[in-house]
Design a protein around this ligand. Sequence first.
Ligand SMILES: [Mg+2]
Length: 247
Amino acid sequence: MMFTRMNNNRRMPQHSPSLTHEQIPDWDNIDCVFLDMDGTLLDLKYDNRVWNELVPEAFARHSGRPLADAKADLQAHMHEIHGTIEYYSFEYWSAFTGVDLIAEHHQAVDLLAYRPGALDFLRWLKASHCRSVIATNAHRSSIAVKDQKIQISAEVDAVVSSQDYHAPKEADEFWQAMLADYPYDPERCIFVDDNVPVLNAAARNNIGSVYAIATPDSLQPSRTELGFPTFDHFADICPSLNVARTN
Ligand SMILES: [Mg+2]
């Protein structure tokens, strides 16, 4: 067997920036960055494995039904309440399925991973004048599982869960409540998310710069025409990151 020695001087693949020069934030005029967690900072392959595979399997075991039936039942109900605060609630889905959701989340933690450039960007933000705030629909129990494995909360100045405000990020009430707690001029704030209805809510509430993620789940195809400036690597909104691109 022949081994190829790694050449550390090899040129990294060329990366084509996805934003125009005008779409890159003027960081001198930004005070606060609100960031979604799942599918934005973290690869959505983790949550998709938990919710599309592990939870339906556990629901089928618990209810003694065939997997296909349990999965169809769960997905139909998820579709029905999509975008509501219950949709993001562990208590709600624990009651519906009888499944220990925290245990199912722990089973997949080896899939937890930052998206390209995300951790470097969080560390750049920490050293900058900008406040960094995770603004997530994830339940506090989901955040706790992620913190046990990768300590993401420690990488930002604050973490807001929509459960705290009893309103999902899709709703204006969420933005009003969060901007009351973080009273920055919304025009001098940035928001990044992978969910278009949430991005629409942020834009409706006058957040100055709103960005979409093209590929929330690295195992799924990229998306285009999301209606907002879209990127995958965080160096695209923060050129001074100057990190090695591997994708
Ligand atoms: Mg997300």
